[in-house]
Design a protein around this ligand. Structure first.
Ligand code: ADP
Length: 413
């Protein structure tokens, strides 16, 4: 009997123990489940479970979510960067579907093609009405490239390239106005050079032809030599000026190896004999020079610029005209001036006289035969020396050409 009672007692306490343990486990899991529900709804933090059974999978889940979020954040930032880059491109791009329905475009497309944000879904061909663009869209253009006037500004020229993608087409528009201007400048330049060389060459050839079948009379030979010299000299000056311009364009900027401290007054005085020879004693040449005024420059270049300006003052002044060359310290720096009382320049020509080959009708000029490159060379040289050519002129009264050498100006010692 007592054995049976003992067994009964033992069995019931094990059952109690088991029941209590089970209840504890269920409570713990319930608490962890509630914590999981709270955690899953809150901003992502590292989970803290009470039981090891929850902790390990929750940690894994946390790591997966965390790294997934990091990846999508980095993808989003790369996408933003790509979008900003594509937006900032100087070229416009437009992505279209089918026969021209706009899907996406960058902000440059607004400036070049006039497309706005609300044009998405519109037809590109309806907004940019140009037969060349229609032909490009239809694949009828061999090089996949056309040039059209911008719908925003008809002076702006756009080169449009078509890039077929899988189901879409990408159009890239580039502003080629400046490129076209440079190309036509180059063509004009070549045409000008050819024209300038052809004229004296035709004269020389004419003389040569006229004596080809003639018996050589020494007097005729000397007369022809005298006549052929000016056009030959002209060709020589032209070629020399062209070479000077080319050299200036390709030469490195003035630097420690080429710059010297030069007494501008002495440099100008050294040009005096050449100026007098050019004038042939027909002008009053006045040199008003401040002594010991030094400028840091490439001496050969500045000498050539000064001589060009003095030569022009002589060339475009009547006999007896006074030409004053000045060199003095001004508030802005060492200042060079050449003043004449010659034919002067009308206002409409002033902004153009430094262009290559630009010449005003020289009916009133005393001496002809300049190359039309002198002021272009001067402008270039002065620009290389951080200064610029300035002109004040009045038609029929005369001109003042000047420049100021600012930073390198050194006071007299
Ligand atoms: P050019 O070899 O014809 O003199 P430049 O480039 O030196 O060429 O000058 C360009 C044009 O500017 C000249 O053809 C002339 O019409 C005008 N010009 C230059 N200097 C003077 C000046 N001192 N007075 C009047 N016109 C000038």
């Amino acid at each position: 009997m007592s054995v049976a009672a003992l067994a009964g007692w033992l069995l019931s306490s094990v059952a109690w123990g088991l029941a209590t343990g089970l209840a504890g486990l269920v409570t713990l899991n319930w608490l962890d489940y509630r914590e999981f529900l709270r955690w899953s709804g809150a901003p992502l933090t590292r989970p803290a479970a009470r039981s090891i059974f929850w902790q390990t999978p929750l940690d894994r889940l946390f790591r997966t979510i965390h790294s997934g979020r990091q990846r999508s954040r980095s993808l989003a930032s790369r996408l933003r960067f790509l979008e900003a880059t594509a937006d900032g491109l100087p070229d416009a791009w437009v992505l279209v579907r089918g026969m021209g329905e706009i899907e996406q475009a960058n902000s440059t497309a607004q400036r070049l093609l006039g497309l706005g944000n609300d044009d998405q879904g519109q037809n590109l061909l309806g907004l940019v009405r140009d037969p060349a663009l229609v032909a490009l869209m239809n694949g009828e253009v061999e090089e996949e490239l056309v040039e059209i006037a911008s719908p925003v500004n008809d002076r702006m020229r756009l080169e449009i390239r078509r890039i077929p993608l899988d189901e879409r087409t990408l159009f890239i528009a580039r502003d080629v106005t400046e490129l076209n201007r440079l190309l036509s400048m180059r063509q004009d330049f070549i045409a000008n050079v050819s024209h300038e060389l052809r004229t004296p060459l035709t004269v020389i050839l004419g003389y040569l032809e006229s004596i080809a079948d003639e018996p050589l009379d020494p007097r005729l030979v000397s007369e022809l030599t005298r006549r052929m010299s000016p056009p030959a000299e002209r060709m020589k000056s032209l070629v020399e000026d062209l070479l000077t311009l080319t050299r200036l364009e390709s030469a490195p900027l003035p630097n420690a190896d080429t710059i010297e401290a030069v007494d501008g007054g002495k440099l100008l005085q050294s040009l005096r004999p050449e100026a007098e020879q050019l004038s042939g004693g027909e002008h009053e040449l006045v040199f008003d020079i401040e002594a010991h005024l030094v400028v840091e420059c490439v001496p050969g270049e500045v000498q050539s610029a000064f001589l060009n300006l003095i030569a022009n003052a002589i060339r475009y002044s009547p006999d007896g005209g006074r030409i004053t060359v000045r060199w003095f310290g001004s508030s802005g720096g060492a200042r060079f001036e050449v003043e004449d009382h010659g034919i002067g320049i009308a206002p409409e020509h002033l902004s153009r006289i430094t262009e290559r080959f630009y010449r005003i009708d020289l009916a009133g000029a005393r001496v002809r035969g300049g190359t039309g490159l002198g002021l272009a060379i001067v402008k270039h040289i002065l620009r290389r020396h951080n200064t610029r050519l300035q002109v004040e002129s009045e038609l029929g009264k005369g001109s003042l050409f000047f420049c100021v050498f600012a930073p390198q100006y050194q006071p007299a010692t």
